[in-house]
Design a protein around this ligand. Structure first.
Ligand code: AR6
Length: 172
């Protein structure tokens, strides 16, 4: 599995699945969540509302992941995960690592071969970029699929600027 770090806008990534740094409500928000909902169009919010009505009446727990279609995005899938919020005292790196491993498992389950991640929890949720990079790279590099035969061959971290990219590159 190739793992790389680039600068860019994750909504433009031509990969099978992009990961959204969402919140438990799945109703959109600011940051990368807002950008993904804007670029995907209204179908994404409709599917998220349907998920809330059916499988997730209490919302998506921190550290877990759920897939939707990608709608108007180049990516076929959006995998929504909820990072730990440092401003709420959620400082356990295992919760952040779980966002990455749960998202990879969901990506594998839907048959994605390439996955792009943002720096989950490094924005509104208040984690330092260096901490996110360390946890993210260790989690992805150490991840093994629940069953043999995962077809994921590319994981790309898509970061907003060169400072963030170099934090990830240092860990890689
Ligand atoms: N492409 C790649 N990275 C981006 C993009 C983009 N288009 N836009 C922002 N980032 P954040 P969080 C970076 O705040 O900390 C939302 O309101 C951003 O610069 O998006 O997990 C949700 O609804 C930062 O480095 O996610 C939640 O309520 C990183 O993505 C809450 O924010 C993550 O920042 C989640 O907070």
């Amino acid at each position: 599995m190739q793992i790389e770090a680039v600068t860019g806008d994750i909504t433009e990534e031509r990969v099978d699945a992009i990961v959204n740094a969402a919140n438990s409500s799945l109703m959109g928000g600011g940051g990368v969540d807002g950008a993904i909902h804007r670029a995907a169009g209204p179908g994404l919010l409709e599917e998220c509302m349907e998920l809330r009505r059916t499988e997730l009446p209490d919302g998506l727990p921190v550290g877990q992941a759920v897939p939707t279609a990608g709608y108007d995005l180049p990516a076929s899938w959006v995998i929504h995960t909820v990072g730990p919020n440092r401003h709420r005292g959620e400082t356990d790196p295992a919760l952040l690592a779980s966002c990455f491993t749960s998202s990879l498992q969901v990506a594998s389950d839907v048959g994605a071969a390439s996955v792009a991640f943002p720096a989950i929890s490094a924005g509104v949720f208040g984690w330092a970029m260096g901490d996110v990079a360390r946890v993210a790279v260790a989690a992805v590099a150490g991840w093994r699929p629940a069953e043999a035969g995962s077809g994921i061959d590319l994981v790309r971290f898509v970061l907003v600027d060169e400072t963030a990219r170099s934090a990830f590159a240092a860990e890689l």
